[in-house]
Design a protein around this ligand. Sequence first.
Ligand code: DDH
Length: 287
Amino acid sequence: SGDAKPAGKAPVPAYAAKVATAVESLIDDDDNRGPLLVRLAWHSSGTYAKGGSPAGGSDGARMRFSPEAKDGANAGLEKARALLEPIKKAHPDISYADLYTYAGAVAIEHMGGPHIPFRFGRSDFRSEAEIASAKAAVASGRLPDAAQGASHIRDVFYRMGFNDQEIVALSGAHTLGRCHTDRSGFEGPWSFAPTTMSNQYFDLLNKEIEKPGYWTVRKWDGPKQYKDPTGELMMLPTDMALIEDDKFRPYVQLYAKDEAAFFKDFAAAFATLLHLGVDEAKLGETA
Ligand code: DDH
């Protein structure tokens, strides 16, 4: 009949370009926002467990509600969600779940990184009760713990379906942003240019391979972290695990010398991350 919907994926929504522009101006207003939005996209998605019950992942935008809103791993991300609220008001047709992930994709590219292929179509839970009755509440503990080592990193990322190369590529996001004592307890940026996407994180890790002792344990009252010779930069125990582990280390070396390879592999893995657990049938054309 004439009522039949045409087959095929939904086109990229008309609001996509306007939302991207709005996210870009948020980032231009304040240097810390780009990295914060990338972390929001990652923590929205990184609860995914392949075959898990609940599955987790970005669909549903559960981070607006307990338990994810109160997860210590998400400390500080309430600021990212609040920043995006006016964009949601101006473009009510975008779901929160799409907005939280799309903003991260836009931020990567706007900070000089690769284009992240993105598909719209996620939907939102409306309340904590709705999440609970759908048995979709994800308890704390699925996001990585920075105090641990390679086997923990593998547990977390293999659970999402990633391999060692993808784990290392994704970790390169730590070129961006910084740790805050009032959020994670750790302190400081990983790179000298934390609002520019580059392979600098790998370059800095690679210095330890070329000159052991470049990174040393920082003496302070806070949790164990490493400092560089300038004392300005930091690495987490999980970052150092990437050069301690024989299977991770070659990818650190590869990405340190080949930024194009890093950008290509990061774009693919980050796009995969943002779509984990989202029903293929809901997703539209790739933007
Ligand atoms: Fe991360 N990350 N991350 N991270 N992350 C922190 C900040 C940022 C771990 C721990 C921390 C990824 C992987 C890991 C970003 C992106 C990504 C902070 C500091 C901690 C701690 C939070 C704070 O105090 O504000 C650990 C552990 C891992 C791991 O893999 C084992 C991945 C995969 C990504 C990604 O985006 C693909 C970004 C960006 C930030 C900076 C946020 C900011 O406000 O600046």
